[in-house]
Design a protein. Sequence first.
Lengths: 434, 250
Amino acid sequence: MAEVATLKTPAETALADLFARSKSLLPGDARSREDAFHRFAEKGLPHRRVEEWKYTDLRALMREIAPLAEKPSEAGVARALSVESVFAAAEPATIAFVDGHLATADAMPAGVTAVPLAVALAQGHPLLSKLGAVSDAEGNAAYALNAAFMTDGVVLHVTGAVDRRVALRFVTAGAQPVATATRVLVVVEPGAAISLLETHESPHGVAHQPNSVVEFVVGDRAKVAHVRLNANGDKALALSTLTAHLGGEVAFGSRNVVAGSAVSRHQVWMTFAGADSRGAVRGATMLSGDQHADTTLVVNHKATGCESRELFKHAIDGRGTGVFQGRINVARGAQKTDGQMMSAAVLLSEEGTMNNKPELEIFADDVQCAHGATCGELDDDLLFYLMARGLPRPEAEALLIESFLGEAVEEGLDDEVVGEALMGVVEAWLAARG
Amino acid sequence: MLEIKNLVAEIEGKRILDGLSLTVHDGETAAIMGPNGSGKSTLSYIIAGKEDYEILDGEILLDGENILEMEASERAAAGVFLAFQYPLEIPGVATMTFLKAALNAQRRAREETELTTPEFMKAVQDAAAKLEIPRDMLKRALNVGFSGGEKKRMEILQMALLQPRMCILDETDSGLDIDALRIVSEGVNALKSDKRSFLVITHYQRLLNYIVPDTVHVMANGKIMRSGGKELAEELEANGYADYKAQEAA
């Protein structure tokens, strides 16, 4: 096949072999999978000379390709889900996936229906036409690989104001590394509202390779609150993509808390397609050891009067590396755009690294846009103040780190239970830090 | 009892304290007065355990134990309290959370039982009422958006709650209007006891009308130049620091 000729590295060859072996077994239209794999194969695994992957050299980081995970046994599902979810206190209606396959599903609350993605793909579900609503993601390597390999996931159709939280729980289990490709499509009809929680878990010590994509298509006047937690094990290589296509007068919020993975890359494309919408994207990342976490964000203002707020915080210990690449594009005609993007990192060790690359590209003349990036150590004067009141250094540091991350973790969430659960994750990380 | 013996300290090669000796007995209120730049605030930071300074000589004894090797938190648990000239704002840390964490950390360090939430709430509310600190201030992030006077009252609230044995007040009068000065001073005076000592650092005699010292020390050139009773403060108010600056220059 033509695409094989352009591949270079053993990992890329392994991916091509894996695709050739898998494609006939995967649900739905093989043609679109082949197109997606072709888009990936044209350029191969991105490396440091590809600008948007400059700080996360996937070619170097992804030398081994794990086999695509098989559907787990019932016992395997029970084992994988025996640990209580971080969001248990929020009592969500949960759809759980184990090794990338639908495992269990609670009844959905009124206002939302769920169709397993494997079923939707096999049946050619009409809502699948909404996939790829944010077309910018199409050529992206992680997104294209997901499109080629997507095994299962869910199509959520939100038609009313859903009064109970919905949770999507992705657990990759087992002691041998596997790859998963899950895809979630959330179509929110005009005026509807949903609070969606998403967790990704895997055991420590296993180099699982989850690749997840969540796509939101949000109708006019709809409300979406989305919270995502990466609690993968310490050897995982986790790729994730979030796209959001927003209509008019929408209130959309998404936050991503990274507390796991050896390597993670979370990509966000948020497009304002309708006027007078608000979108807030936040992220908090905690790194230690040799962990590497990348957040790459593109906000496209294509309509008038929209407000975007992006806030990302990194706490970096050990030899951890944080990456924030954020870009706000304001199209010609997107007047009265108000965009603000901020990235702040605190380095807790001598060997930590933070790479910040904020960008603005503005083609309209009546807009307010700003970006900022900071990187520093904990403030010695604040530490002294707390210690002078009796807090031992580790406690004083923990209090300052907690307050630093808190702004991105729980502020503006409007959901105390979920906020507390997330702060519990922060506290556990701080406790493990010692 | 606090004893400072021949303390010599530098920051970035610049000598700030140059053989300073000072004793504050149990139950004593001592005032340190001196011109700008004489090292008064540095002295307070060094006693409290700030690490920016290089201690070249001397010792600081609290009841006979040298505290110079202790971290700031250990000194706090041993009973040292510094009321900051410029209390810091800590966004994202709720005042109540901070107060409880500080109080219980000290109690743990002293192997005392931690206060329960109701006990803690009562202790805070009693102390706050005396200092005319409204409840909503306690709900806000520590010192964030507080006026200068509110920040100083919060410092005294912390002092009342933590019950230290050695209280250092670093220019607590700066930025206070007359009413706030009275409230803060009454808060301090209410804490006076046979066991508790105060070291009051100030430029002006005004504060000493409210918090009346037993002893007054004049600091210049990194050391104590003269010591006396409270009348010394009045003399300084009348004559200024010119004599001491002259000695410094000489």
